[in-house]
Design a protein around this ligand. Structure first.
Ligand code: FAD
Length: 417
C-alpha cells in the first residue's frame, strides 16, 4: 500500500488530504504539521479573531483515517524519507505544503507578527482600549491590524517605508487609501524607515521614538523552506515546482537527484510555480493558491504513483491561474486579480476621492484596471465593487481587451463590456 506524507498542516496541507481522498487515493496518509492545531483558516485571524467575533477558525476537513502528527517539524528530506524532529518517515509520495513565515526585523524579540491563531489570540489581549500600537508596514496585514485596533480605541501609528500603503497595488491605487488612515484616527508615517525595534517602542531612522505597548511587524512573508536546503530540491524563495506542481531537483543534484519525477509535489504559499500564462515563476502567498493548487499537485502525484508521467497536456492538469487576493480594511472590501506589467497603463473606474452622498452610509466604490499596450486588461483592483471583480476576473481569464472609455464609466456594468 502506498504511503503519502503531507508536510504542513495549513490550508494547502488540509486541502491536499481532501483531494487525495476525492481523487481516489485509498492508501495511507500522514499529515505532519508544526503547529499543534488541526488545519485552520488564516484570513479570519485579522478579520474576526482579533475582534473576538470568533475564536476558532478550524477548517471543516474530514481527516478521518489520516495519521495526524501535530507539533511535529520536518527537518530534512532525502529520496523516500522525510526527516522530522520525531524521527524519519518513509514515503512513496510527498506533498510539500509548509507555507510561509513572517519576516521579522532586527531588534527586540518582543516584536509581534500575525501568522498563527496563537499570534492572533495573544495580540487580542494586548489591543485593549487605551493601548498604544505601532504597526510596521502598511501592507495587507498591517492595514487589517490597524483597522481592527483603531476601531477598538487603540492609539495606532503605522510606519511605512514606502511612499504609500499597499505598494503591491502601486503608488496611485495605494495612495488613494491614505485618507482612510486619517479618517480612522491613525497616525500614518510614510517614507519612514525603522532604525530599531525596542521592547517599549520603535525608533525611526531620523531619531524619533514612537512609544508602544505592542509593535506588530507586517512587512511580508518568506516561504518556509529553509528545512529543505540540503534536500537536493531546487529552492528559489520557495520550492521550485513546474506547472504540474512537481518539485524540480537542483542542478547540482544530478539528474533527478534520486527523486522519482512527480513523486514530490508542492502546494500553497511555500511554492514558486511556473506559470504558462505569464511565462515566469510565480510566488503568490494568497489563500486561493493554497485552496486550488492541491488539486493539481495531487493529480500529478497520483498519476506518477500509478506509473504514468508527471506531465500532462490536459488544461485541468496544469496550474495556470490568474492570481487573486482580497482584504477587508477600514470598512471596505478590496479585491485584486491579475498581474500588472511594467508597461501597463492604469485606468480608474469611478472616483476614489468621492464621499458618501447625503443619506448614504458609504461612499461609492471604485476600481482600477491595468491595461497592456495591446489593450488587454491584465490586472484589476476593486474597492467595494465585488461585481466588477466577478466580471473582471472573467475578462482576465479570457485575455479580453475591453473598451477603455467604457471601462472607466461607472454607469456601464463591466459584464456588459
Ligand atoms: P500556511 O497557512 O502557512 O500553512 C503552512 C503550515 O505548515 C503551518 O501550519 C506551518 O506551521 C507548517 N510548517 C511550516 N514549516 C513546517 C515544517 N518544517 N514541518 C511541519 N510543518 C511546518 N489571503 C488572501 O487571499 N486573502 C486574505 O484576506 C488573507 N488574509 C490573511 C490574514 C492573515 C492574518 C494571514 C496570516 C494570512 C492571510 N492570507 C490571506 C494568506 C493566506 O491565509 C495564506 O495564503 C494561506 O494560509 C496559505 O496556506 P498554506 O497552507 O500554503 O500555508
Amino acid at each position: 500500500m502506498d504511503r503519502i506524507v503531507v508536510v504542513g498542516g495549513g490550508l494547502a496541507g488540509g486541502r491536499t488530504v481532501v483531494e487525495l481522498r476525492e481523487q481516489g487515493f485509498s492508501g495511507a496518509i500522514t499529515l505532519v504539521g508544526a503547529e499543534e492545531h488541526r488545519p485552520y483558516d488564516r484570513p479570519p485571524l485579522s478579520k474576526a479573531v482579533l475582534s473576538g467575533r470568533t475564536d476558532d477558525t478550524t477548517l471543516p476537513f474530514d481527516l478521518d483515517g489520516v495519521e495526524l502528527l501535530l507539533g511535529r517539524h520536518a527537518t530534512g528530506l532525502r529520496p523516500g524519507v522525510l526527516e522530522t524532529d520525531g524521527g524519519p518517515i518513509e514515503f512513496d509520495g510527498l506533498v510539500l505544503a509548509t507555507g510561509a513565515a513572517p519576516v521579522r526585523l532586527p531588534g527586540s524579540a518582543d516584536q509581534r507578527v500575525l501568522r498563527t491563531i496563537d499570534d492572533a489570540r495573544a495580540l487580542r489581549e494586548t489591543l485593549r482600549p487605551g493601548a498604544r500600537l505601532v504597526v510596521v508596514g502598511a501592507g495587507w496585514i498591517g492595514a487589517e491590524v490597524a483597522t481592527h485596533a483603531a476601531a477598538h480605541e487603540v492609539a495606532v501609528t503605522v510606519v511605512e517605508a514606502g511612499a504609500s500603503p499597499l505598494l503591491a497595488l502601486g503608488p496611485v491605487v495605494g495612495g488613494h487609501t491614505v485618507p482612510w488612515y486619517a479618517a480612522a484616527g491613525i497616525d500614518l508615517r510614510l517614507g519612514a524607515a525603522v532604525a530599531q525595534i525596542r521592547s517599549d517602542g520603535v525608533e525611526l531612522a531620523g531619531g524619533e521614538f514612537l512609544p508602544a505597548d505592542a509593535v506588530v511587524v507586517g512587512v511580508g512573508v518568506r516561504p518556509d523552506v529553509s528545512w529543505l536546503e540540503s534536500s537536493g530540491l531546487q529552492l528559489d524563495r520557495g520550492v521550485v515546482v513546474d506547472e504540474w506542481m512537481s518539485a524540480v531537483p537542483g542542478a547540482d543534484a544530478g539528474g533527478a537527484g534520486g527523486y522519482r519525477p512527480g513523486s514530490v509535489v508542492g502546494a500553497g504559499d511555500c511554492t514558486a510555480w511556473w506559470s504558462r500564462r505569464y511565462e515566469r515563476r510565480m510566488r503568490v502567498e494568497h489563500w486561493e493558491c493554497a485552496q486550488e493548487s492541491p488539486r493539481v499537485a495531487v493529480a500529478t502525484l497520483l498519476r506518477t504513483l500509478a506509473g504514468g508521467q508527471p506531465s500532462s497536456e490536459s488544461p485541468d492538469d496544469i496550474y495556470n491561474p490568474v492570481p487573486y487576493f482580497w482584504s477587508q480594511q477600514f470598512g471596505r472590501m478590496i479585491q485584486f486579480a491579475g498581474l500588472p506589467g511594467p508597461d501597463s497603463t492604469l485606468v480608474l473606474r469611478g472616483d476614489p476621492t468621492a464621499v458618501a452622498p447625503p443619506g448614504a452610509k458609504k461612499a461609492p466604490g471604485w476600481s482600477a484596471g491595468w491595461f497592456a499596450p495591446d489593450g488587454r486588461l491584465v490586472a484589476l483592483a476593486t474597492v467595494a465593487r465585488p461585481l466588477d471583480m466577478v466580471a473582471g476576473r472573467r475578462m482576465l481569464l479570457a485575455d479580453a481587451a475591453p473598451d477603455v472609455a467604457k471601462f472607466s464609466d461607472l454607469d456601464i456594468a463591466l459584464k456588459e463590456l
